[in-house]
Design a protein around this ligand. Structure first.
Ligand code: SAM
Length: 397
């Protein structure tokens, strides 16, 4: 299997892949049914499913062994399944199709998932596996935190919920990953362009468009605006790597301030957004006082030219707490020396950048003259109707 193009669907009739998507949704691979089968309280608990609950999920599915519970165990959790059972649930032709595309691999008696299929709204989205290394037959070792195709998480969920879903002609999704935001935007944009630096993501995004029967989009591999040089869009959307971290990575971290990629995106907005258009991006907000955020933003999207709104998550963390959490994630609980050193490096980096508080947020900006002063709203962005808040604020007074 190729690392960069793990799925092969070029020679398969596109309608056949769309039928597969319809069949999987019909069998119950939908948000409501998966949430219920796994016993989750909230829809956002799906994004991502947490590893610590995996044994509980397995138990719940085993308590109620239906064709759907076998499919969820196989295609959502990525656990190996018995070939005859999965074949019964999916049908021989569709299981063979999943195999020939590369979604799964089969031996004589077992099936092994190579990817996760997760429902989101009315879509079905393939990403790299949500749980790596749960199947010893799997070939997950070659995936790094950089090259794996972003698994749908809270940032994906917040970006999708925050999208202003007004009709427009053209939309650009920077760092499209699996294509989630592009697919949602394709419902209200005549044409969507998704760009990602990871070729593996482009391979999956194209497959996801086929699986959901969506045609008005293109996916291009490249660095931010480079593949769309000279083009303008009515909408620019991004859920970029923005976590304050020690590196600038493809998937999660955006340098010590977290802002490195976000700043590149914002710097390109004036050249790539049509007048009257909307740009939306998620970002981690690292600051000491609120005015730090407004001063920073004004460097890129000036108050004179843009009507801006930041919706900040009410779950704000002290920088020390954030550094602790990141260091713990990196070093784990067993190696106190590394944990302590990593914490100190994070903490010192955040201090040097003047960051004392960190939270996650959604920035929405409309390219219109004489924008209003910048309000920062604080809300529970997992629960509040953030798309409406953004749309109302950006609409002409
Ligand atoms: C946090 S993931 C978001 C994926 C997807 N848009 C979502 O919301 O689920 C960030 C994505 O940005 C991509 N990316 C990082 N740096 C990039 C760059 N310079 N140009 C294009 N894409 C980039 C990564 O490969 C990754 O797919």
């Amino acid at each position: 299997m190729s690392l960069e193009k793990p799925l092969s669907y070029e020679n398969i009739t596109h309608g056949r892949i769309e039928q597969l998507g319809i069949k999987l949704k019909g069998l119950g691979l939908t948000v409501g049914e998966v949430k219920e089968a796994l016993g989750l309280d909230n829809i956002f608990d799906l994004y991502p499913l947490e590893y610590k609950y995996l044994p509980l999920f397995v138990e719940r599915l085993a308590d109620n062994p239906t064709p759907l519970s076998h499919i969820i165990s196989f295609l959502v959790l990525g656990l190996p399944g018995k070939k005859d059972i999965i074949e019964q649930a999916l049908g021989t032709a569709d299981l063979e199709l999943l195999g020939s595309i590369g979604i799964c691999t089969m031996d004589q008696s077992d099936v092994h998932a190579n990817f996760t299929l997760l429902p989101f709204e009315d879509l079905l989205i393939a990403t790299d596996k949500v749980f790596l290394n749960v199947d010893e037959y799997g070939r997950d070792q070659y995936l790094s935190s950089d090259n794996l195709v972003w698994r749908l998480d809270k940032t994906s969920y917040i970006m999708a919920r925050g999208l202003v879903r007004e009709k427009c002609k053209t939309a650009l999704d920077l760092g499209c990953g699996s294509g989630l935001q592009s697919l949602i935007m394709s419902r209200h944009s005549a044409k969507v362009t998704g760009v990602d630096i990871n070729p593996r993501a482009i391979n999956l995004a194209k497959f996801n468009a086929l699986l959901n029967g969506i045609g008005n989009m293109e996916f291009i591999c490249g660095d931010l605006y480079q593949p769309v040089n000279g083009q303008k869009f009515d909408k620019i959307v991004s859920n970029p790597p923005s976590a304050p971290g020690l590196v600038k990575a493809w998937n999660r971290e955006g340098g010590i301030s977290g802002r490195e990629l976000v700043e590149e995106i914002l710097s390109g907005v004036r050249n790539h957004l049509e007048y009257g258009g909307i740009c939306q991006t998620t970002l981690h907000l690292g600051y000491n006082e609120d005015k730090d955020i407004t001063l920073w933003l004004d460097k890129y999207l000036t108050e004179k030219e843009f009507r801006n709104l930041i919706i900040r998550h009410s779950d704000e963390k002290e920088a020390a707490e954030y550094a602790l959490q990141e260091a713990y994630q990196k070093s784990g609980p067993r190696d106190y020396g590394t944990f302590q050193r990593t914490y100190q490096i994070y903490r010192a980096g955040l201090k040097a950048a003047g960051i004392e508080k960190i939270t996650f947020g959604l920035l929405s900006a409309k390219f219109v003259e004489g924008g209003a002063f910048l309000p920062i709203i604080t809300a529970d962005i997992l629960k509040e109707p953030i798309s409406r808040l953004a749309a109302d604020h950006l609409a002409p007074a």
